[in-house]
Design a protein around this ligand. Structure first.
Ligand SMILES: Nc1ncnc2c1ncn2[C@@H]1O[C@H](COP(=O)(O)OP(=O)(O)OP(=O)(O)O)[C@@H](O)[C@H]1O
Length: 249
């Protein structure tokens, strides 16, 4: 579903992403973990065509994104949902009016919008709060509204940038449960960037470990534990698998 083929990204002379290749299969929940500044968000922004690679190809659902032009990019973005640590809700719009935005941008017929928004809100269990404003919601509720907005267009891929980093453990579990249901019910491929191994471990099947803009390792998470797929240094992976923050590794 998502392939990065020798992708590099420069900011000035600084190479934030260095010749990364990875493949995420359709229907997978894939984690990207790494210490602060290792390029996790940049990698996600390359998948969402917010950033463009300086070298290599980003291929989603068979389409090479870096060869697409304006209208085509807007079209492919409609098959990608995105959620962020800071929710990015519009404060002076109600929950309903926040969730309807992607349908307005996609020019979905007006007669269909209400039912689609309510369907999304029902899925995340917040339909009764449709007339509330973001300021009246808890952090977990805000993130669930952001998820409703991200899935209202029925995307094939959901890209999540530190989706639970501002949340307490109970609310984190609620948000991860919603993501898991989206994956299971609709077959949406999910990519989650996080620096918290517990989050990645609880929901992902495979994990890419980044260090200094490069793929440091790939891990497979099975009921029996975490399996190294490549060449990790023992101490580094031990820290990860014991639930420690990767920044401590
Ligand atoms: N627009 C930009 N201009 C210049 N440098 C940038 C830009 N965006 C990111 N960088 C740099 O690229 C590197 C990777 O940044 P990125 O935000 O992808 O890391 P990250 O792993 O997501 O970090 P964090 O966990 O702290 O969010 C960092 O050194 C950052 O300072």
């Amino acid at each position: 579903m998502i392939t990065l083929d020798n992708v590099s990204k420069l900011f000035g002379s600084f190479e934030a992403i260095q010749s990364i290749s990875l493949h995420i299969t359709s229907g997978e929940i894939h984690g990207i973990i790494g210490a602060s500044g290792t390029g996790k968000s940049t990698l996600l922004r390359l998948m969402n065509v917010i950033e463009h690679p300086d070298a290599g190809d980003v291929i989603i659902a068979g389409k090479t994104l870096n060869h697409l032009k304006g209208k085509q990019i807007r079209h492919i973005r409609q098959s990608l949902g995105m959620i962020f640590q800071g929710y990015h809700l519009v404060g002076n719009k109600t929950v309903f009016d926040n969730v309807v935005v992607p349908l307005e941008l996609a020019k979905t017929p007006k007669k269909d919008r209400r039912e689609r928004v309510m369907e999304s809100l029902r899925f995340i269990g917040l339909e009764t709060l449709k007339d509330h404003y973001p300021g009246q919601l808890s952090g977990g509720q805000k993130q669930r509204v952001a998820i409703a907005r991200a899935i209202v267009n029925q995307p094939q891929v959901l890209l999540c940038d530190e989706p639970t980093s501002s949340l307490d453990p109970n609310t984190t579990a609620e948000v991860l449960e919603v993501l898991q249901r989206i994956n299971q019910k609709f077959g949406v491929t999910i990519v989650i960037v996080s620096h918290e191994m517990e989050v990645i471990e609880s929901i992902c099947e495979r994990v890419t470990v980044l260090a200094d803009g490069q793929v440091y390792d790939e891990l497979e998470i099975k009921p029996t534990g975490i399996h190294k797929m490549e060449h990790s240094a023992e101490g580094f992976v031990k820290r990860l698998t014991s639930g420690g923050d990767i920044n401590d590794a």
